[in-house]
Ligand binder design. Structure first.
Ligand code: XUL
Length: 522
């Protein structure tokens, strides 16, 4: 029993969430938005550089700086940081951080009188990190698939065909285009393992949940696949630490965090995992059957599986669950909050005005449809941005608000068909999950109840729960996964949207119109 911290290093912000397991309460939740704090210093917009091109990176030094700002905010919130027994975290998936030979030494000897930004400037062999929004590696995807013996072989081996955003193709592109910098790269971290390394003061491995988002992990064995490594880049194996169990303790907080922020020197650090695998835990999906929806920068739709299920369309991704046993099937839509925000900003609305737009319009939007490709899209695969409207006046704010949300809900229904889950209810998380009007559309389109939770940050909650689970296991007093999640991942009483019969019937027709429109443009 005690306090456990989960940190979510996501695309647009860094969030910390503390749970008290004796009262089963979330006691603090703080978030640092990158654009608010660092737009000028690091040149980011929506947390990334050059969002409107196919090459999308972020500065890892900004993430380090945000971690410090977050810790200051947590301390100022009044929480006693010495009371935190263990920390784990979640990172936006697939992004890679490239470290040179000085990194391990610098991390191990951080001075508490200087900031991380002052000390880490020279530890990178590549100053920026490609992130999941990067779509520039189609060539490398094809080469890696061919290198292991074809897409089907890569799918069987790693659970996924090659995706542009996955780490392997990104690493291959770097090794090809900047061979000297690749040569100077001693370690490649994912966003998750980079953040954990900052806390532990040494380079920390990735867990299987995030390892499976690389196109490099043997999904059956949960370790790097030599065939995939060879097909990706020279001497890649020695640049990656062996994959570690999500439940292991990788060390204690380094003296830097103890001296500078007052964490306990005995506070355990666990490996971070991917944001989606952590959301799986945070929403309590530790048994197969239920579906969840995360409405974040990306929208993801996912389920817990007891066996490997492969998407024959090549659209779905498969990850290992950080519970160590299950799998996670996932579809990722790039045009999530970025598309909602684009419409909000185009019509000078705030979120209340956006919700009002949904209230003022009717399900089916009088026949208006939108394909919301404000950026290139992952599912369905669209390589150049371009918004398509059908029977929809681009000048009408409310109709465009409804069109973007209906598009997202209809698309999630169409592209989840391969998962073969009989949808009974959908658990929902992410910033936009606070918006009841948006959730109502998803309930009507999927004809099932959509449930809200106490926090909209299931990834940070899942990370805190993982910290608790791993800590108790290390103490020799393990808590089962169902017990770990049961008190924290209960849907909020009275906060579920129920499907409305008339709208359900109407969307059964609209889904075919949307499918046709999409088929004509993909
Ligand atoms: C999942 C994906 C995104 C990122 C950012 O495959 O690419 O959801 O994890 O959240």
């Amino acid at each position: 029993m005690g306090n456990f911290l989960g940190i979510d290093a996501s695309t647009q912000s860094m969030t910390g969430l503390v749970i008290d397991t004796s009262s089963s309460q979330i006691v603090v939740e703080k978030s640092v938005n990158f654009d608010e704090h660092y737009a000028e210093k690091y040149g980011v917009e929506n947390g990334v550089l050059d969002a409107n091109t196919s090459v999308v990176h972020s500065p890892p030094l900004m993430w380090a700086e945000a971690l410090e700002t977050l810790c200051s905010q947590l301390r100022e919130s009044g929480i006693d940081l010495t009371s935190i027994e263990a920390i784990s975290g979640s990172g936006q998936q697939h992004g890679t951080v490239y470290l040179n030979q000085s990194a391990a030494g610098v991390l191990g000897g951080l001075r508490a009188d200087l900031s991380l930004a002052e000390q880490l400037g020279n530890v990178f062999s590549r100053p920026t990190a490609p992130v999941w929004m990067d779509t520039s590696t189609r060539l490398q995807c094809d080469e890696i698939e061919a290198g292991v013996g074809g897409p089907q072989r890569l799918l069987e081996l790693t659970g996924n065909t090659a995706f542009e955003r996955f780490s392997g193709p990104q690493i291959r592109k770097f090794a090809q285009q900047e061979p000297e910098s690749y040569e100077r790269t001693t370690n490649i971290c994912l966003v998750s393992s980079f953040m954990a390394s900052l806390l532990a003061g040494r380079i920390v491995p990735v867990d299987a949940g995030d390892g499976s988002g690389t196109n490099l992990m043997d999904i059956g064995r949960r370790r790097w696949s030599q065939d995939a490594l060879t097909a990706t880049a020279p001497d890649l194996g020695r640049r990656l630490l062996p994959i570690i169990k999500a439940d292991s303790i990788v060390g204690t907080m380094s003296p830097y965090w103890v001296d500078r922020y007052g964490f306990s020197p005995t506070c355990n650090v666990l490996p971070f995992s991917g944001d989606n695998p952590c959301s799986l835990i945070g929403l309590g999906l530790v048994e197969p059957g239920k579906l969840a929806l995360s409405l974040g920068t990306s929208d993801t739709f996912f389920a817990c599986m007891d066996q490997v299920r492969i998407s024959s369309t090549g659209e779905g991704a498969l990850f290992a669950s950080p519970d160590g046993v299950h799998y996670m099937a996932l579809i990722c839509f790039l045009n999530g909050s970025l598309a909602r925000e684009a419409i909000r900003d185009q019509f000078n609305l705030d979120w209340e005005g956006f919700a009002a737009g949904l209230r003022q319009t009717n399900p089916g939007n009088d026949g208006g449809l939108m394909l919301p490709y404000f950026h290139a899209e992952i599912v369905p695969h669209i390589s150049t941005s371009g918004v398509i409207r059908q029977n929809l006046d681009p000048e009408k704010p409310a109709a465009n608000v409804r069109a973007v949300i209906e598009a997202q809900a209809l698309s999630s229904r169409i592209h989840a068909e391969w998962m073969g889950v009989n949808v009974q209810s959908i658990s929902v998380t992410g910033g936009a999950s606070a918006n009841a009007e948006i959730l109502q559309v998803f309930a009507d389109v999927h004809d099932c109840e959509v449930q809200q939770f106490q926090t909209t940050n299931a990834a940070a909650l899942g990370a805190a729960l993982r910290a608790w689970h791993g800590h108790m296991t290390a103490l020799g007093a393990p808590v089962s996964w169902s017990q770990t999640v049961s008190e924290f991942s209960r849907p909020l009483p009275g906060a579920s949207m129920k499907p409305r019969a008339q709208a359900v019937t109407l969307y059964d027709e609209r889904v075919e119109a949307y499918r046709d429109l999409e088929a004509r443009h993909t």
